[in-house]
Design a protein around this ligand. Structure first.
Ligand code: FES
Length: 101
């Protein structure tokens, strides 16, 4: 059964910003795009940059170091769709951002 855990408050991730949170051993990037929250692994699989520091266009974040691009909705690496970064289902409960473990 799915289990959700609170990782941040909605007020900590204003519209069109991102925030990194720790979840166990993982760093998770939360993105607020026009009021919708997405959660993907923060660490770029190329050389470890923080994807939360990347730029976002059309639901895709470009890594700040070498511009690998990942879809926020499912973590797919746009340039090689067989690969993905982990992506976490999100729900909002009051002011809490929760991700599925
Ligand atoms: S570290 Fe992300 S593309 Fe190189």
């Amino acid at each position: 059964m799915a289990e959700f855990r609170t990782v941040a408050r909605l007020s900590e991730v204003p519209v069109n910003t991102a925030k990194v949170v720790r979840h166990g051993m993982k760093m998770v990037a939360l993105f607020n795009r026009e009021g919708t929250i997405f959660a993907i692994e923060d660490t770029c699989p190329h050389m470890g940059a923080s994807l939360a520091e990347g730029t976002v266009h059309d639901g895709v974040v470009a890594c700040p170091w070498h511009a690998w691009r990942f879809r926020l909705a499912d973590g797919t690496w746009v340039d090689s769709p067989k690969l993905k970064v982990p992506c976490y289902p999100v729900r909002i409960v009051g002011d809490d951002i929760q991700i599925e473990i």
